[in-house]
Design a protein around this ligand. Structure first.
Ligand code: AGP
Length: 610
């Protein structure tokens, strides 16, 4: 849950590291630090750390003389030890020649510390500092061997980089459970938690796998396993460019990413449907038609927003393919002894591809003999690599902590999969074609939803000071309500709950009053009349109502004065449109309340702890 960046080459390293940290700030942002090998005295490492966002660190380094062409840096999301400068990375060993930045958790740090404390002085409460001293203990002149030996005593997870003043031409990187990517440039190399810090310099990357350790120099690198065997790595080309990772004129990444949706939706479905056959072709499934026909149960595992996308996927799989589908929150799935057999197909759904709960659930499902496929955004991420196939959602870099465009594209991919299974099992050519045509209209209809932005902004102004919200939806719009509620709470810090419309009378109705607004999705589908009755019940309790209604539904005005109109589409595709007003509402409320929209408190983009 922290971000690491390292550089070795001929350029001044400080701006590269600071810029790289800004790209990785989504991974954690409670403190940060840099360590640079001093060019004037090759035997010294200069280190600066600071509490808070990268801006604080950037201000602090201005007053320090930090020249050098080799360095490492870190942005932290605290696990062991409070948010203090002493606990910020990078951490020194005793003689301040060896310095380390680490992402992950050392589980046996207490035992190790007890032994090390006899000869080493600790200055922080972190588990990482133990690693610095442990490596120092094993250092006999060969830095990689020292890291390798130290790691053999460690239980837990790590992505780490190590620098030593006696080895000014080397960075050591190692991975077990926390991602690391090496970037290959001209006479320079990068290493980072993901590829974004290096995109401005190179697109050529190598993803380290678990149990690998790399010795990186400016003109090359060698990768070993932990038994000292050289591993040949495959160089990959990253498609995202640096500009894609920028805000492109929007005030926040979240707003940019909301408005990215029509474009990235097209990217998600392009080349993956066949209008003549009324079906989809998602090659990554790695199953032939016969194997697909044998699938008699689908399990969707995910966390947070991805799990709400999965709930939409459940509707699609059950309705189009007739395959019983369960959605399991990954952190629950892994501990409840799930029932899996060889006809169960498991999909792991994740934007980052690094969510530890989802990854652990993938491993558990595989252990039980399931076929596990990934529906993932980040190319080369751990879940993408550990699954037996799957599909990238092509949402591009999603940097705001609150997920928006990844949700849409997850839904898009699950609908395509459902069409593909459905055509083998039960839906007709005509139904398949109707669905694909409706999918093709989605980007244009998303643009129509954006025309409501000013209206939504006014509603945000009107409602921003309420302390509680209830989100309601029925059927396929229930997950939309859940997602709208999650968006509002995570970026505006306003309390909100989401319920299926029919459940309201079983409890939550007790909350309603003029101070408890209800955001309800009441579009023209098979549950329209049912939802209308629920809204009447709310009106009777005098709670303010905001409706998401279908364009042209004049009767909606009898129920509420605050309405956001959305275009009509096929019922299964409604979440692709109806979620957008909720994303925009949460965004505007959060901005108006002065929240840090892209980096809300206590959260991180990539949740790599349990
Ligand atoms: C989304 O807005 C959240 N911040 C969070 O719920 C997120 O969706 C969840 O942590 C799963 O992340 P993943 O898609 O990267 O696995």
């Amino acid at each position: 849950m922290c971000g690491i960046v390292g550089y070795i080459g001929n350029k001044q390293v400080l701006p590269i590291l600071i810029q790289g940290l800004r790209r990785l700030e989504y991974r954690g942002y409670d403190s940060a630090g840099v360590a640079i090998l001093d060019n004037s005295k090759q035997t010294a490492v200069n280190r600066v750390r600071s509490v808070g966002k990268i801006d604080n660190l950037a201000d602090k380094v201005k007053t320090e003389k930090m020249e050098g062409t080799v360095g490492i840096a870190h942005t932290r999301w605290a696990t062991h030890g409070g948010v203090t400068e002493e606990n910020a990375h990078p951490h020194f060993g005793c003689d301040e020649k060896l310095v380390i930045a680490h992402n992950g958790i050392i589980e046996n740090y207490r035992e190790l510390k007890e032994v090390l404390e006899k000869d080493h002085t600790f200055t922080s409460q972190t588990d990482t500092e133990i690693l610095a001293h442990l490596i120092e203990t094993h250092y006999k002149g060969d830095l990689r061997m020292a890291v390798e030996t130290a790691l053999s005593h460690v239980r837990g997870t790590y992505g780490l980089v190590v620098l030593h003043a006696d080895h000014p031409g080397t960075i050591i990187a190692a991975r077990l459970g926390s991602p690391l990517v090496i970037g290959i440039g001209e006479d320079e190399h990068f290493v980072a938690s993901d590829a974004t810090p290096m995109l401005a310099y190179t697109k050529k990357v190598v993803f380290l796998d678990d149990g690998e350790i790399a010795e990186i120099h400016k003109d090359g690198f060698v990768t070993y396993d932990l038994k000292d065997k050289i591993i040949t790595k495959h160089v990959e080309e990253i498609e995202w460019d640096d500009e894609q990772a920028q805000k492109q004129g929007y005030d926040h990444f979240m707003l940019k990413e909301i408005f990215d949706q029509p474009t990235v939706f097209e990217d998600a479905i392009r080349g993956r449907y066949d209008i003549d056959e009324g079906t989809a072709h998602l090659g990554g499934l790695n199953m032939n038609d016969e194997e697909m026909r044998r699938v008699n149960r689908i399990v969707l595992i995910a966390c947070g927003t991805a799990s709400y996308a999965a709930m939409v996927g459940k509707y699609a799989f059950e309705r189009l393919a007739g395959i019983p589908t369960e959605v399991d929150v990954a952190s629950e799935f892994r501990y409840r002894d799930p029932i899996i057999d060889s006809n169960t197909l498991v999909f792991a759904i994740s934007q980052s591809g690094e969510t530890l709960d989802t990854l652990a659930a993938v491993r558990e499902a595989k252990r039980k003999g399931a076929f596990v496929r990934g529906i993932v955004n980040v190319v080369g991420s751990t879940i993408a690599r550990e699954t037996d196939g799957g599909t990238y959602i092509h949402a591009g870099p999603e940097l705001a902590v609150a997920s928006t465009k990844a949700y849409t594209n997850m839904v898009a991919i699950m609908v395509l999969y459902a069409i593909q299974f459905g055509r083998l099992k039960r839906i007709t050519l005509a139904t398949g074609q109707r669905l694909i045509n409706a999918l093709l209209e989605i980007p244009e209809k998303m643009n129509l939803v954006f025309e409501q932005n000013e209206n939504i902004k006014k509603l945000a102004e009107k409602y921003k000071n309420y302390r509680d919200f209830l989100f309601l939806g029925r059927g396929i719009n229930y997950p939309v309500a859940l997602e709208g509620s999650l968006k509002l709470k995570e970026i505006s810090y306003i309390h909100s709950e989401a319920y299926p419309g029919g459940e309201m009378k079983h409890g939550p109705i007790a909350l309603l009053s003029k101070d408890f607004p209800v955001f309800a999705i009441m579009v023209k589908d098979q549950l329209y009349d049912k939802m209308r009755s629920n809204i009447e019940e709310i009106r009777a309790r005098k709670a303010p109502i905001i409706l998401v209604a279908t364009q042209g539904d004049e009767r909606a005005k009898e129920l509420a004065e605050d309405i956001i109109y959305v275009p009509d589409t096929m019922e299964l595709l409604e979440p692709l449109l109806n979620t957008i007003p909720l994303q925009l509402f949460a965004y505007h409320v959060a901005v108006m309340l002065g929240r840090d929209v892209d980096r809300p408190r206590n959260l991180a983009k990539s949740v790599t702890v349990e």
